[in-house]
Write a protein that binds this ligand. Structure first.
Ligand code: PMP
Ligand code: GLN
Length: 413
């Protein structure tokens, strides 16, 4: 394996999806996906697209994005970023948000360039930066409160530490808001601080906003690209899988000003070249359907958060009542919970993993029947200890599966 790929360890996803198949846990709250159907109109749009009488409906489409889809995405975001997005030149459709991240990182990061990454981080950032020959520079969010009710807003950046990471080699900072796994929604003050550093040091911001629609009242998502002079230096990433609860469709996008998009297009055209035509057609249809009811309470981009907030609250209560200390997420569909008060209930000595959270989550899946994700996977090697006391639970699951989780926790306690 070429050295840039490291030792080629299995990612936490590969390992834990395999575990789900092996252990057959009663509930799978691991990888982030809904265990129930997406809206009917979204699914019907795909069958309609595939069965279309247009003989080209299932053939290659435009490489940088199906013409109808880039139009719909332009319509979706233009009012949200207060500028007319040019669908031809400012939007790229990709294989999930993953490929948008990949095209942005591989398109910009050169040998020796530094990229600032906020921990915990979505695990592939680290790999992609190294794959490009870059050097990730990590800064952990710190929990400023450890007792009482803790929310994701209690996890904060040390401003001095962040400012100290910027230097002449810094090419990019990756900001994930709303944040996976904590559910933190970065505030205007926090984003402004980051934006000012980007401007001062001429640094790009890669803004991963795949959880943009799942924000719980009264919080509001703020798009980095809307901050003063940040349109010039921000690449924003979104995901149809997250937007419409169809993670298996693996379509995502990046949008930015045309000068920034060129490098992403070069990587994309030589890597996947073009994405699945009928799925792009279906997402376009689904977006048009939603945009037509944008001002109503049924608008999915608003109703989704309303629909899943009770699931969050149910899981938080079940975890709190059964010995966990959860961080209440302001957004997204994950809860990170401290399990250390339960340590004496579970014998971790027979699990061989190096990190305690891997040992805990494996034993917990086997003994209690609930599969979760070990958060140390979202930290650099030097900082993995910061994730070891936690487990990540996904709550975009059927109510009956959340109720079963509560029952299993009670029986175990
Ligand atoms: N970024 C973050 C923060 C994620 O949690 C995920 C997983 N959905 C992705 C990017 C990748 O999204 P996709 O499934 O669209 O590739
Ligand atoms: N984003 C999802 C999660 O964090 C899925 C991860 C993945 O597919 N790699 O669980």
């Amino acid at each position: 394996l070429p050295a840039r790929y490291g030792a080629g360890e299995k990612s936490v996803w590969v390992e834990y999806i395999q575990l789900a198949a092996e252990y057959k846990p009663a509930v799978n709250l691991g990888q982030g996906f809904p265990d129930y159907h997406a809206p009917d109109h979204v699914l019907k749009a795909l069958s309609k697209a595939a069965l279309s009488e247009n003989p080209l409906a299932n053939q290659y489409t435009r490489g940088f994005g199906h013409p109808k889809l880039v139009q719909s995405i332009g319509k979706l975001y233009s009012p949200l970023i207060s500028r007319d997005l040019d669908p031809q030149n400012e939007i790229l459709i990709t294989v999930g948000a993953y490929e948008a991240l990949y095209s942005a990182i591989l398109g910009y990061v050169d040998e020796g360039d530094e990229v600032i990454v906020i921990e915990p981080f979505f695990d592939c950032y680290d790999f992609m930066i190294k794959c490009a020959g870059g050097v990730p520079r990590f800064i952990p969010l710190k929990q400023k409160k450890t007792s009482g009710t803790i929310t994701s807003a209690d996890w904060v950046l040390d401003e001095k530490e962040l400012a100290g990471l910027f230097n002449s080699k810094t090419k990019m900072i990756i900001v994930n808001t709303p944040h996976n796994p904590l559910g933190k929604v970065f505030t205007m003050e926090e984003l402004t601080f980051i934006a000012n550093l980007c401007k001062k040091h001429n640094v790009l911001c890669l803004s991963d906003e795949v959880y943009e629609w799942m924000v719980y009242e009264p919080k509001k998502h703020i798009r980095m690209a809307t901050l003063p002079d940040m349109w010039e230096r921000t690449i924003t990433v979104g995901s149809a899988g997250k937007t419409f609860s169809v993670t298996g469709w693996k379509i995502g996008w990046a949008y930015a000003n045309p000068k920034l998009m060129r490098n992403l297009q070069v990587v994309h055209q030589n890597c996947v070249y073009t994405c699945c035509t009928p799925i792009q057609e279906a997402i376009s249809e689904a977006l048009e359907y939603e945009l037509a009811r944008r001002d109503t309470s049924d608008y999915y981009m608003k109703s989704l958060a309303r629909e899943i907030q009770p699931k969050r609250d149910f899981l938080i209560k079940a975890l709190t009542e059964n010995g966990f200390n959860p961080t209440i997420p302001e957004a997204g569909y994950f809860v990170v919970a401290d399990w250390t008060k339960l340590a004496d209930k579970i014998d971790l000595s027979k699990e061989s993993d190096q990190y305690k959270d891997y040992r805990f989550t494996k034993k917990f899946a086997k003994e209690v029947g609930v599969l979760t994700i070990p958060p140390s996977a979202f930290y650099s090697k030097e900082h993995k200890h910061l994730g070891e006391n936690y487990a990540r639970f996904c709550f975009i699951k059927k109510d009956e599966n959340l109720a079963l989780t509560e029952k299993l926790l009670k029986e175990w306690n």
